[in-house]
Structures are given as C-alpha cells and as structure tokens.
Design a protein around this ligand. Structure first.
Ligand SMILES: Nc1ncnc2c1ncn2[C@@H]1O[C@H](COP(=O)(O)OP(=O)(O)OP(=O)(O)O)[C@@H](O)[C@H]1O
Ligand SMILES: [Mg+2]
Length: 444
C-alpha cells in the first residue's frame, strides 16, 4: 500500500508537505533525495504522524490515495500501468515544441471542437512519445503508451488501464473496475462521459501503430468512433495513412522533420546537451577543432531534424574517451536515422571476442521476444554464454533500456526504430526458430 500511494503521489508531495506544516528547510531536505515523497513518509513515520496522512490527502484533493490508505480496495490501482519511469526518462532532457503545444492548446480549447480525436504524427524518432510524455506530465493526463518493445500492445491492457485511471483521476463513484471492462469500448465510453461532465478530459495514447490490430473494419484498441461531449483522445502514430482510424471528428498535428520549427528545436537539443556535458564536450570540440555553433549546425543538418539520431550521435561523441573524437569519423556520418544504423554496423568492432554479426543476433533476440529479458534468459535464447551476452549488452548500452527490478535487471531495446533496423538486416524467422528451440530445450 505504501508503495502504491508513493508511486501515485508524484509532485503532490509538496502540497502534502505544506498541509502537514513542514518547513521549507525540511522540504528542501526531502527534495535533495531521489524520492522526496518517500523521505517525507519516513519523516512522518519517525514522528509517529502517519495517521494524519488520510485527512491531509483529502485536503490536497487526493481522495483516491486517502481511501487507499484507509485500507480501501486497491484493485483499481493494480489495474493501472505505471509508466512513470519511461515518462521521466523521455522528459528529463526535453526541449522545445512550444509552437506544437500552443497549437494543441488551441485545438483543445476550441469551443467548436466538442469532442473527438487529435492525432500527432511524424517519422520514427522525431519525438512523438517524448512530446506525449511531456504533455502527460504537464497536464496530468490519463495515459497509455503502447510498446512492441516491452510487449504492451493489447486492447485489454489499454482498456483496463485507461478505465482504472479515469476512475481514480476523476474520483468516479466506482470501487472497482466494472465487469467486462475489456470486452468492448462501452465501459470506456461510459467512464469518459462521467469524467467529462464537469470539465474537458483528455486521454493520451501513444503509438497506436504499435498496438495490435483491431477488428476488421474497426479501430485499433477498439477506439470508439465518437466520444462523449468534452472527451478527447490525443493519439500518436507514425504514418496515419497506414493506420485506419474511423472517427467522426478528428484534427491532425504533424511533427514535420524539415520544418523550421523542428530544426530549431533540434538545435536547442544539441545546445542543451553541450551545456549539460560542458566539460567533456568542450574537450571533444577542441579535438574536433570545431566551435559549438559549427558543431550544432553540423549534427543538426546530418540528423535531418531527427531526435533519435541526435541522441545517439551526441552520446557517441561524448563517450568516445579521452583521445576525443576525430573529424573524419564525424564527416562520415550519414544523413537520417535509418542510414545511421546501417553506418553504425559498418563501424562495429569485435566485443569481447564476439563478431558484429553475432552481436546483432543477440540483439535480435531482444527485438523478437515480447518482454524484457534477464542476461541469463537472453543468453539461453540466443544460444550464447551469459558472459558473452553481458559483454554485448554493455557494448550496446546506448541502444538498450535497462529495467531495474527487485531481482535481476532486465533488458529491452530502447527504440522501435532500432528494432526495425535489425528486422531489415537479419532473418527474423531464423531468430524466432532459434528462440523456439532454445525454449523447448529449457522445458523439463
Ligand atoms: N523535444 C525533445 N527534447 C528532448 N529529447 C527528445 C525530444 N523529442 C524526442 N527526444 C528524444 O529523442 C528520442 C526519440 O524520441 P521518441 O522516442 O519520442 O520518438 P518517436 O517519434 O516516438 O519514435 P517512434 O515512432 O519510433 O515511436 C528519445 O530518446 C527522446 O527522449
Ligand atoms: Mg514513440
């Protein structure tokens, strides 16, 4: 219960600390720790004051957490998915997108747009997920992030998560999820109508194109064709032409890689990176014999405005070691994200005795298996020794997402664009049959 409350308390810890009468000095001490909410909990516990929490939570308009503390049914909490680590990661270095956000605000405030869908689209790696994560954070939106990389693609998970979040976020009069929530979209529609009675409600749904296909002639995730007044779905997808969306009222927002606005955001991203890693990047720029302005212009141009490209390249330059990076390597950088992956492969060296092709095959197992894997499982699925798998994971850390659990860490690919590169590069049917036979061998 403590964990469930803390996980959902988020930035509200500060209002809670105010209500509980903690001094600003004390609050700064909480804040200095990784998890201020947890620190405050400990502080109250030491003073035997935990029993004040339910009333204080009600005062800061978190009756959901108050009821959880009073021993309420936590099945609603358990039905929600926790995306906070991903949201933090995608928004940690967030820059720009001011015009897009303004346009989105105008659409959502337009009295002529009574309900419906807003679809954000743009190429792989342009920053749709990051933008949505930012909006979720700023506006406290009910949210769902589909992801093939962690196997989160099902309609059932979407419906139960979003419905449970709606009940909790808008304090709807339901103790638990209604029966048959995931059978069709009728519960979702009912809860949206209840939530939107007094205010406009926006539900953010990332990567509809990564969700599993919908019924013939219907929408993915069983997205309802019409929404109740005041209810909006904010969706992202890559190419809207590939994803049929049968809805009555829809507005589109494009993140266009070559637009001046996007290129200026990309430059801002590079500048922010240079500032954040000032010491090491100043050294690297000296060995490249480039000014910060030249470097920014150069990588922004090569990236073609793609943030995923920039992230990989900037980290590559930063981590190149004390000898610095060389100008020839920089000049050889191709244009655009897809070409970057192919180029990267040509640069690959042997990692701990493992040739490039074998490294890619190990990564392809991560690309294929529908959930994050421990080193042990990855190694056995790939038919490699754990030592080898570990060394490859270390070598490719920048392309991976490490999920720290209470037991062993687990790994998934960081980005869908890299998965697609691997799928184009290797015979994935082959990888799948390798995994199948490894799984069979593991069976008793
Ligand atoms: N505005 C931004 N500021 C800082 N970093 C960003 C921004 N936009 C994107 N990024 C970073 O660039 C990378 C790629 O972005 P993101 O994953 O959002 O792309 P995407 O459009 O969702 O791609 P895909 O279509 O493959 O899902 C991420 O590491 C993300 O954190
Ligand atoms: Mg995305």
């Amino acid at each position: 219960m403590k964990l469930a409350v803390l996980r959902r308390l988020g930035d509200d810890w500060r209002s809670l600390a105010d209500i509980l009468g903690t001094t600003s000095h004390q609050q700064r001490q909480f804040e200095a720790k990784d998890d201020p909410g947890r620190e405050m909990w400990r502080w109250l516990e030491d003073r035997d004051r935990l029993d004040e929490l339910p009333a204080a939570l009600r005062q800061i308009e978190r009756p959901d957490l108050a009821s959880l503390m009073s021993g309420g049914d936590d099945s609603l909490f358990r039905a929600t998915l926790d995306f906070s680590a991903m949201i933090d990661e995608r928004t940690d270095e967030f820059v720009g997108r001011r015009m897009l956000m303004r346009r989105l605000g105008e659409i959502l405030d337009d009295p002529g747009f009574r309900s419906g869908y807003v679809v954000i689209h743009g190429e792989p790696g342009i920053g749709k997920t990051a933008l949505l994560a930012r909006l979720v954070q700023q506006r406290n939106l009910v949210h769902h992030f589909n992801s093939v990389l962690i196997g989160l693609t099902s309609t059932e998970r979407f419906l139960t998560n979003v419905c449970a979040q709606l009940i909790l976020a808008y304090n709807l009069p339901h103790d638990r999820l209604p029966e048959m929530t995931s059978a069709d979209s009728s519960t979702l529609l009912r809860l949206l109508a209840e939530s939107a009675r007094r205010r406009r409600v926006v539900v953010a749904v990332d990567a509809v194109d990564e969700a599993s296909g919908g019924p013939a002639g219907g929408n993915r995730l069983l997205l309802p064709p019409a929404l109740p007044p005041g209810a909006f779905m904010l969706l992202t997808m890559r190419d809207p032409d590939n994803i049929p969306l049968y809805v009555d009222d829809r507005r589109d927002l494009v993140i266009d890689e070559s637009a001046a606005e996007n290129l200026s955001d990309a430059r801002e991203y590079v500048d922010a990176f240079l500032n954040r890693h000032a010491t090491v990047m100043t050294n690297q720029l000296t060995s490249l014999d480039m000014s910060a302005a030249e470097f920014t212009e150069f990588v922004t141009d090569r990236s073609e405005g793609n943030f995923m490209y920039l992230r990989h390249v900037l980290r590559g330059v930063r981590d190149r070691g004390p000898r610095g990076t060389d100008r020839v390597a920089l000049d050889r950088l191709p244009r655009g994200l897809h070409a970057y992956y192919a180029h990267l492969e040509r640069q690959l060296g042997v990692i701990d005795g493992t040739a490039p092709e074998r490294q890619l095959r190990i990564l392809a197992v991560l690309a294929t298996w529908p959930e994050p894997l421990t080193v042990q499982r990855l190694a056995s699925f790939a038919g490699e020794r754990p030592h080898t798998a570990r060394a490859v994971l270390r070598g490719w850390a920048g392309f991976l997402n490490r999920i720290d659990t209470r037991d062993e860490p687990r790994y998934a690919l960081y980005h869908a664009s890299f998965r697609e590169f691997l799928a184009g590069r290797l015979d994935m049917a082959d990888v799948r049959s390798q995994i199948t036979s490894a799984v069979e061998d593991l069976l008793p």
